[in-house]
Ligand binder design. Structure first.
Ligand code: ZN
Length: 145
């Protein structure tokens, strides 16, 4: 089997029983978060039980595709730490604090952003990069409004 030159070379996030709803939503360019039915805490990344109280009564809340956040912290990477990233250096990797759910922070790259324009607290919004025909990766871009 030969692989097309344009094939996505980076690792594709694996779906498992705990995180499948998160990635299923991402593949549709939406955000879903796991929430505890007992203590109302969100778990991100998701797990088999609530990260806060250990309850197994967890469900999923859909947040749609309009996801605003601010930069909580970031690192700028000048060397590829995984295969497939070498053409995109430097890479800005940020921890994004969600506007609607400030206790939830989601890690992702900030695209379309120069390092000099980057600052803690800057508004960003979620975007989704289609990496295969049916998979998409949540990332961040500077907020447009
Ligand atoms: Zn809980």
């Amino acid at each position: 089997m030969t692989q097309a030159k344009t094939a996505y070379q980076k690792p594709i996030p694996l779906k498992d029983i705990d995180n499948a709803p998160y990635w299923d939503a991402a593949d549709k360019h939406q955000l879903a978060l796991q929430k505890c039915d007992d203590c109302n805490a969100y778990s991100q990344p998701p797990g088999p039980t609530c990260a806060k109280c250990g309850s197994e009564n967890v469900s999923w809340e859909q947040f749609g595709d309009d996801i605003k956040a601010t930069v909580y912290s970031y690192v700028v990477s000048y060397r590829p730490f995984l295969p497939g990233f070498q053409d995109e250096l430097p890479t800005i990797i940020a921890l994004a604090q969600l506007d609607k759910v400030p206790e939830v922070k989601i890690m992702g790259n900030i695209l379309n952003c120069e390092e000099k324009d980057l600052e803690i607290g800057m508004p960003i919004q979620m975007t989704w990069v289609d990496i295969t025909e049916d998979r998409a990766l949540p990332q961040w871009i500077p907020a447009t409004n």
